[in-house]
Write a new protein. Structure first.
Lengths: 304, 253
């Protein structure tokens, strides 16, 4: 399946400051695309531009193969669902009455309500006033509203924000099930790297308005090339011995380290050191976490 | 266009379920009922022949005081749910901001129509109860028309303020300030009073009053309806609507 969202040089400036700068997004069809970035990186502004809620300063947006402009915006968005920032709701109405309003506006039959309530597991609370819902229930109601009309694309902006751990887990399972169950492509923004690691198939990382990485999650993981750390009875001599034998060793973070290599080569290096009279105290493999990669890419600490 | 707006109007109707917004114009009509009862109870039988003139003179003054407040409460009641529920980000992915503004307005306008018809019926009720004289259908319909039109223009401003304000205290404050301004504008010099929107309830009155200090007799007299002024006001109202609609539609959410 081709990309369902394509942006070219998408830019939003407030006065002279570019909040989103020359963004070239490619969201593959059928994927869960994690749009990742620290707070204030430009994620919400980008999502709002994709929905036509904010006018881009420059650039192009293509959604589901059609160029987005002010004339066909609603037509294109009729095939999408969205949940931007906080969930939208009418507190004085019940969950079901809230969904009835969305049905009326989307021109979707009301029998759809029970289906989406079942998907978000909220059939039991549908007649309760939304003002009495917990934040997690409001988020699920927001997701139910987004699912009305069988959208092909869902845009979710930090949907787990403010939820308790159980709520986060529930929402995560729900989102992960959507592409397989309904063929929906999901674009989900988050500043939580660990969350994306568990949900996304593709990742785009935005920092200070610029896209600094975009590919599948597996490619991102490839960046996390592991290393072997050695602690010996004499690290400095061990480094010399290894280097002289052509083994790629280096002094890194105050420790002796080797590039991750095959077991036989590791065994060879260990034997070499032992035969040189250097005792091996510890040999540990360390993978670079996604957090480390993110830090490397952005130079910024993120919430974990 | 109406067909296109029809589901959106229906959605507006669905939104106001359980809000009891109709109680606002009903409450104000109840107040007018009590006030008119009190007015009539202090009337002498020889004043009954000019009863309608008295009503058409006094009601616009009451309207200038009460209706800005009523309109601000209605607009706030209808619009606050969108602000509180942060719904615009969802709605703008389904409907155009301009259509949303129009439907919201039409929905609130129904309450003004309800109030105006209610007030019209109250006038006829009291008139026939006390057998008032001097009924002129032209005055009656012009009175109802001006009440509706002036209220409709004020509603545009109140709706825009209510939709743009996080806190409804500000638009309600403007409504209260409008009540005072509307009343005091009757004592302002004409060039100044012209700019006070809330004062137009009384400005379009077709009945004037003379009070003779010596005889202590009130004499009501007819004033020709200021047609040109009314048409200008209508044009100004349309301009305000378009301006407010544009300002609201241009706002990014």
């Amino acid at each position: 399946m081709g990309p369902v969202i394509v942006t070219d040089s998408l830019t939003k400036k407030y006065k002279a400051k570019a909040v989103v700068d020359q963004l070239d997004l490619r969201v593959p069809g059928g994927s869960i695309y994690g749009f990742l970035g620290p707070n204030g990186a430009g994620k919400s502004t980008t999502l709002k531009m994709l929905l036509g809620l904010v006018r881009p300063t420059e650039g192009h947006i293509q959604i589901l193969g059609k160029d987005l402009d002010s004339r066909n915006r609603l037509n294109i968005l009729s095939e999408t669902g969205s949940l931007i920032e906080a969930p939208a709701y009418y507190g004085h109405l019940s969950g079901k009455e809230n969904l009835q309003i969305v049905c009326t506006l989307k021109n979707v039959p009301e029998k759809e309500i029970q289906r989406v309530l079942h998907v978000v597991r909220m059939e039991g609370q549908q007649n309760k006033k939304v003002s009495q819902y917990s934040l997690g229930m409001k988020q699920r109601l927001g997701l139910a509203a987004a699912l009305l009309g069988n959208p092909k694309l869902l845009l979710l902006d930090e949907p787990t924000n403010g939820l308790d751990p159980a709520g986060i887990q529930e929402m995560r399972e729900l989102i992960c099930s959507l592409p397989a169950a309904f063929g929906i492509t999901v674009l989900i923004s988050s500043h939580l790297l660990s969350e994306m690691d568990q949900m996304a198939t593709h990742v785009g990382i935005i920092n200070q308005g610029q896209l600094i990485f975009q590919d599948s999650l597996s490619v991102l993981h490839e960046h996390s090339r592991g290393r072997l750390y050695l602690h010996t009875s004499d690290d400095q001599t061990a480094l010399l011995v290894l280097k002289n034998s052509g083994i790629p060793a280096q002094w890194r973070d105050g420790r002796l380290s080797l590039k991750l290599m095959e077991d036989s080569k590791v065994m060879h290096a260990a034997a070499l050191l032992v035969n040189s009279g250097i005792g091996i105290l510890r040999l540990e493999e360390q993978q670079m976490s996604l957090e480390d990669i993110f830090l490397q890419l952005t130079g910024k600490q993120v919430s974990l | 266009m109406i067909r296109c707006l029809s589901p959106q109007l229906h959605a507006e109707h669905q939104k106001i379920r359980h809000t009891k917004a109709l109680l606002v114009p009903l409450g104000f009509l109840g107040f007018y009922f009590l006030w008119t009862m009190w007015q009539i109870s202090s009337m002498k039988p020889d004043e009954f022949p000019t009863g309608y003139a008295m009503l058409f003179y006094q009601l616009p003054v009451m309207n200038a005081i009460l209706l800005p407040l009523m309109i601000s409460v209605i607009a706030s009641r209808i619009c606050d749910m969108e602000v509180k529920g942060d719904t615009l980000k969802l709605l703008y992915t389904i409907q155009k901001p301009g259509s949303f503004f129009d439907c919201k307005y039409l929905n609130s306008f129904r309450y003004l129509v309800f109030f105006t018809i209610g007030q019209g019926l109250l006038i006829l009720f009291f008139g026939s109860l006390k057998k008032f004289g001097g009924f002129r259908s032209e005055d009656y319909f012009l009175y109802l028309l001006t009440v509706l039109i002036v209220s409709a223009v004020i509603l545009v401003i109140q709706q825009t303020l209510s939709l743009l304000s996080e806190n409804q205290l500000f638009p309600l404050g403007v409504g209260i300030a409008g009540s005072f301004l509307g009343l005091f504008s009757m004592f302002f010099p004409v060039p100044v009073a012209r700019f006070v929107l809330w004062g137009y309830y009384a400005a379009f009155s077709t009945v004037g009053m003379d009070w003779n200090k010596d005889t202590r007799i009130i004499h009501y007299y007819e004033i020709p309806f200021p047609t040109h002024k009314f048409i200008l006001f209508l044009a100004f109202g349309v301009l305000i609507f378009l301006l407010c609609r544009t300002v609201f539609s241009k706002k990014e959410v």
